[in-house]
Design a binder for this molecule. Structure first.
Ligand code: GDP
Length: 528
């Protein structure tokens, strides 16, 4: 393939994640976006999905409800010459490391906000991760067909709570019962809202330029006056907008609409495709690497076991960072320096998992893994290549996991091992206790429930979870004196991690500081 072709393939890619607080409408918006690409056929609203709390991904739930196969970590569809990859970020109440790692695979993020609720806790946390990566963030303020907060207040809230400038691309005319539509600030066009129009075959609503008397008649005098004033205010007092500022994550383009009614979604998508970045260069140990570097490289950001309950499988998801993947190609697994044939990678097009013939930087592919691959591993044609390290999140909740029925010991050990390899839990063991009763550390409490559920459902093992009072884990050097001191102290428990590194569990930061100062022990925030 010529360099020009490679470049144009890569430049047509938009890989992004939707970040939001549960219930803001992520599943609904995803579904509407898929509709554009013809990835799903019929429009229709996704029913509330409260029952299935443990769905590993929101898409699994969508799959369950709609009877379509979309289980994956990334969905791809084509639209207007672009290849769009949407990454799934699980929407549990409790945020997890998995979500953070998935965000490393995105080139931009769409922040979805419920117009009645504003910026919520989970959105804030996810936003922070995106900001640390410096990726552009687009904002869609959803549910304007219902009573909402004042749009100016919402813009202000985004700025104050998240510390990013906001720039309205379109503006809502009224809200709730009086929601009349949106005004596109660039074109001056008004798009009229008629409830449910996008879902039924009802006539398209009247649209046109705002100055058109017919359009103004439809909106009503009061709202025309209000819109005129608000637009003037935005033009005068609003933030500066430029592609550069979006690229640098200084300003977020804001859109209003209603995902459920598919209203404002086409307008959003059009500008998003215009403004969102194609795959960007990545920092590596060999310097910055352009995505159109001809040789293939990528890294594993997620491993998921048992995606299909019929037959046990484990899939490692790779974000391609440079070059082109070709079916059956040989790559080097840099951690082991072994050669690996990427024989049957999968990707999700439309309604089924397909075997892929080729893929490009920006795409996500899934490969079957027999246990060799780990999160953060690099696959490349150039041995020795390393990308920036995966973010590490220190666990803050700890529990001892006891098996309820000793006969299931083998399955238990396997389950714990595999869930650890997926990166769902951190496993520690006491110096003198065997693998039967490990201590598990997680970032969010809910992960214990997920662990219990998955051990039961996927491995047939019942466990008792005995919560421990520790809040902190720190790694220490393998030094006999240090280990003895910490073992004897009443303030700490010495454990070993999966790679036989020594770590200590501590009750709180204060005790960690005290021990460290008193005995001159150096504590590390992560394994070394
Ligand atoms: P998620 O938890 O973020 O994936 O949210 P869902 O997509 O499941 O949506 C949560 C609820 O909000 C569902 O009942 C949706 O039907 C509803 N919803 C989503 N978008 C809209 C919207 O634009 N207007 C209204 N009124 N409801 C919406």
């Amino acid at each position: 393939m010529s360099h020009t072709d490679l470049k144009s393939e890569i430049n047509s890619r938009k890989t992004f994640a939707i970040i939001s607080h549960p219930d803001a409408g992520k599943t609904t918006l995803t579904e509407k976006l898929l509709l554009f690409g013809g990835a799903i056929r019929e429009a229709g609203s996704v029913k509330a999905r409260k029952a299935e709390r443990y769905a590993t991904s929101d898409w699994m739930e969508l799959e369950r409800q709609r009877g379509i196969s979309i289980t994956s970590s990334a969905l791809q569809f084509k639209y207007q010459g672009f290849v769009i990859n949407i990454l799934d970020t699980p929407g549990h109440q409790d945020f997890s490391e998995d979500t953070y790692r998935t965000l490393t695979a995105a080139d931009s993020a769409v922040m979805l906000i419920d117009a009645a609720k504003g910026v919520e806790t989970q959105t804030k946390k996810l936003f922070e991760v995106c900001r640390q990566r410096g990726i552009p963030i687009f904002t869609f303020i959803n549910k304007f067909d219902r009573n909402a907060k004042d749009p100016l207040d919402l813009m202000d809230e985004v700025e104050k709570v998240l510390g990013i400038e906001s720039y309205a691309m379109n503006w809502p005319i009224g809200m709730g019962q009086d929601f009349k539509g949106i005004y596109d600030r660039k074109t001056g066009q008004v798009e009229r809202f008629v409830e449910g129009s996008a879902r039924s075959s009802a006539k398209p609503p009247i649209s046109g330029v705002f100055s058109d008397p017919l359009v103004q008649d439809g909106i009503g005098e009061g709202l025309v006056k209000q819109l005129t004033e608000e637009i003037e205010l935005l033009d005068l007092a609003g933030n500066d907008f430029s592609q550069d500022r979006v690229d640098r994550g200084e300003v977020t383009p804001v859109f209003f609409g209603s995902a459920l009614n598919n209203f404002g979604v086409p307008n959003f998508l059009q500008y998003f495709l215009e403004l969102a970045p194609a795959p960007q260069p990545r920092n590596t140990n060999l310097g910055e690497l352009d995505p159109e570097t001809p040789s293939f490289s990528g890294y594993i950001f997620k491993i998921q076991a048992n995606m299909n309950s019929q037959h046990r499988d484990r899939i490692a998801f790779i974000r391609i960072c440079t070059g082109r993947y070709e079916r059956g190609m040989n790559v080097i697994h840099t951690r082991s320096h072994r050669r690996l044939r990427l024989a049957q990678p999968q990707q999700l097009f439309a309604q089924e998992r397909t075997i892929l013939d080729e893929a490009f930087a920006g795409d996500i592919i899934g490969v079957h893994d027999s246990g060799l691959l780990r999160i953060g591993d690099v696959l490349t044609e150039k041995d020795g290549l390393q990308f920036e390290a995966m973010p590490f999140f220190s666990p803050e909740n700890f529990a001892r996991i006891n098996i309820a029925n000793a006969l299931k010991r083998k399955q238990f050990i396997k389950g714990i091992q595999e869930l650890q390899e997926e990166g769902a839990i951190h496993v520690f063991r006491d110096l003198h206790v065997g693998v039967e009763a490990p201590i598990v550390g997680v970032v969010g409490q809910l992960q214990f429930e997920v662990l219990e559920y998955r051990l039961r459902e996927e491995y047939g093992v019942n466990v008792n979870i005995q919560h421990l009072p520790f809040e902190i884990v720190r790694w220490v050097e393998k030094d006999e004196k240090t280990v003895k001191l910490l073992t004897e102290s009443s303030m700490s428990t010495v454990v070993m991690d999966k790679d036989d590194n020594y770590a200590v569990l501590l009750l709180d930061q204060w005790k960690a500081n005290w021990l460290s100062e008193r005995y001159e022990i150096k504590f590390y925030n992560q394994p070394f």
